[in-house]
Design a protein around this ligand. Structure first.
Ligand code: SAM
Length: 289
């Protein structure tokens, strides 16, 4: 790939942007990776191989995209910024296995897009140096779509990474942690300092590996996703009070549902495990339907 510029070189990156009259946009979280070593670590963690199907969110100037092409993966890269997309289109031109889609990743139905773009039934990997602005909503979207990926390696701001893998009772434990724990096995692979980006963000980042896990629920999943978000709205209120107001049911009825689920009524949502949330969702769903 001799004709492809090394966009992890700060000098090359700046010159490229300048020659296209572009500059990093804060509102799109444009902090570009300028460290080839971190790029390699991310691609290695993704285990990208010849013929793999990969979705990348926010390719930017192509630091990860070009490295993926080097592995022979078929990549669908989704970028919101038209200007950057035009520049990247030129950079990627010699690489036939990369498709660039100029779109807002938050507006995409991933299952439909994957079915359209990749061979039927082929596992699809996900990689991204995710812009901070969309990381929460993006993760909710892919959990809403039941995590349609076989492996994901994602870079987040450290605080978001912590929220994703937090367990019950930890201060970062949130609805996002429960959904992540339900759909995936998550692991923080390594932390990343702000020096590896240009422009330099104010906070550190972390790279997470997500693998799909066996799921406990079937038809009740939609109900579960909504219930978890609903109960975390008042994380310090008891599960009993949360359930009464969320479902608009009598205390007596909620006490029965909690008893069936083996959950102490005075417990707080922030202390319930993924399994407890799942069981409560199943029992409540069965009662309501
Ligand atoms: N992948 C590049 C890298 O690592 O150097 C750029 C990463 S930069 C942190 C985030 C990228 O996501 C930017 O290119 C930005 O324009 C893009 N982006 C931001 N919001 C987006 C959205 N809603 N949909 C798709 N791309 C988005």
């Amino acid at each position: 790939m001799t004709n492809i510029p090394d966009v992890t070189s700060p000098r090359v990156l700046r010159e490229l942007l300048e020659s296209h009259c572009l500059h990093p946009h804060k509102q799109w979280g444009q902090n570009f990776l300028i460290d080839g070593n971190i790029v390699r670590k991310i691609i290695t963690a993704l285990e990208a191989e010849q013929g793999d199907s990969v979705v990348e969110i926010g390719p930017g100037a192509g630091a990860l995209t070009v490295a993926l092409a080097g592995k022979g993966a078929d990549v669908l890269a989704v970028e919101i910024d038209r200007g950057l997309g035009a520049m990247l289109g030129k950079i990627l031109q010699p690489l036939p296995n990369i498709e660039l889609l100029i779109k807002d990743a938050l507006g995409i139905n991933w299952r439909d897009l994957i079915a359209k773009k990749f061979p039927f039934g082929h596992p699809v990997k996900l990689v991204s140096n995710l812009p901070y602005v969309i990381s929460g909503p993006f993760m909710y979207n892919i959990f809403q779509e039941r995590f349609p990926f076989s492996r994901a390696v994602l870079m987040f701001q450290k605080e978001v990474a912590g929220r994703l893998v937090a367990g019950p009772g930890e201060s970062d434990y949130s609805a996002l942690s429960v959904l992540c724990g339900y759909f995936c096995k998550g692991e923080i692979l390594f932390n990343v300092g702000s020096n590896v980006f240009w422009p330099k963000p104010k906070v550190g980042s972390a790279v997470i590996l997500l693998l799909p896990r066996d799921r406990m629920l079937g038809d009740e999943e939609e109900h579960f996703i909504k219930m978890v978000q609903g109960l975390f709205r008042h994380r310090r209120k008891t599960v009993l009070n949360n359930m009464v107001s969320y479902y608009n049911l009598s205390r007596k009825k909620v006490l029965l549902l909690l008893d069936d689920s083996g959950i102490i009524p005075t417990e707080r949502p922030e202390r319930l495990s993924v399994e407890q949330f799942a069981l409560l969702a199943r029992i409540t769903y069965n009662y309501l339907n």
